[in-house]
Design a protein around this ligand. Structure first.
Ligand code: AMP
Length: 303
């Protein structure tokens, strides 16, 4: 199975209590694709500017990521600046410069239109809708993400987009904002009523909680000694989760649960260094090793 993703490809300037870094390769779709590429072929649909570095393109191509849908447009690549507080669950967006995304119209190749799994990563909701309009019927899973920036400024489009998907993957605060509910369970149920039958809520260093029509499942985050930069953890979680689902083709409840643990494992690595740096050196064996640790971390007797 293959996975297609539309979202941002960016250069990020990041400050955390552990240090700062400028011009890092980032973006929601980039983190998603790189994480997913440990498991499956990913097709990237996005835009970059003329300043996009050849070595960044080579890095993505070298991971087997399909770049047919990556347009190079006149102007600059999307740029995002973020500053994390001492409590790294809290961050401020310093700037969001859309640049080439202001004029981007996504075009899906025939292969991308037929991908079994589709992920609408965080980007302008109207672009996410344009991708939905191009999909052929019969996709196995169409999932999406969004963020407060878009919920606050483009609520109607966000609701229209979310309502056409099977699954929403979203941060806790953003789920509450979208649903207009303060309790996490009520927020998830309210979102399910908007359309997506599956709602996966990301809770930063506390892990994730997943609501399907039949069950609720929770995974803690991996207990790390020290986090360096949480940027992209949510996207890497989703990418590894969807990449694993595509690799196994098992979208049953049990298959979803395993996929969510793989997502948690890859996300735990990304926060160990700035940007994508940790994933550049990571191997599938490293991933499997931490997956086994996770099984031990969460297993308990029947009581
Ligand atoms: P995450 O930490 O998972 O929320 O993802 C952070 C990534 O999302 C960064 O690499 C940013 O380039 C990108 N990003 C930040 N704000 C936006 C936005 N409003 N739309 C799309 N992508 C964004």
């Amino acid at each position: 199975m293959s996975v297609v993703v539309v979202g941002s490809v960016a250069y990020d300037d990041i400050e955390t209590p552990r240090g700062r870094a400028k011009g890092l390769l980032g973006g929601s779709a980039t983190h998603f694709c790189v994480a997913g590429s440990f498991f499956s072929r990913m097709e990237l649909v996005a835009a970059v500017g003329e300043d996009f570095a050849p070595q960044d393109r080579e890095f993505l191509a070298g991971r087997g990521i399909g770049l047919e849908g990556l347009q190079v447009l006149p102007g600059k690549t999307f740029r995002w600046g973020g500053r994390y507080h001492e409590n790294m669950n809290v961050r401020d967006s310093l700037y969001t410069d859309l640049n080439v995304f202001a004029d981007f119209r996504p075009v899906l190749s025939t292969r991308a239109r037929r991908a079994e799994i589709v992920f609408l990563a965080n980007i302008i909701p109207d672009l996410q809708i344009e991708v939905l309009d191009q999909l052929e019927p019969g996709r196995r899973l169409v999932a999406c993400d969004t963020m407060s920036h878009w919920i606050e400024g483009h609520r109607e489009a966000v609701e229209r987009m979310v309502g056409r998907t099977d699954m929403l993957v979203i941060n806790e605060e953003e789920a509450k904002l979208l649903a207009g509910e303060q309790g996490i369970v009520k927020a998830a149920r309210r979102i399910q009523a908007m359309g997506p039958t599956r709602v996966l809520i990301k809770r930063g260093e506390y892990g994730i909680i997943y609501f399907s029509p039949d069950s609720v499942f929770a995974v803690p985050a991996y207990p790390l000694e020290e986090a360096t930069d949480p940027t992209g953890a949510g996207d890497a979680f989703a990418g590894a989760c969807m990449g694993y689902l595509a690799q196994t083709g098992d979208l049953s409840d049990a298959g979803m649960r395993r996929a969510m643990v793989y997502g948690t494992v890859v996300a735990s690595f990304i926060v160990e260094d700035f940007g994508l740096n940790r994933l550049r050196a990571l191997t599938r064996q490293d991933v499997e090793g931490r997956y086994r640790e996770f099984v031990a971390l969460t297993s308990f007797g029947r009581g």
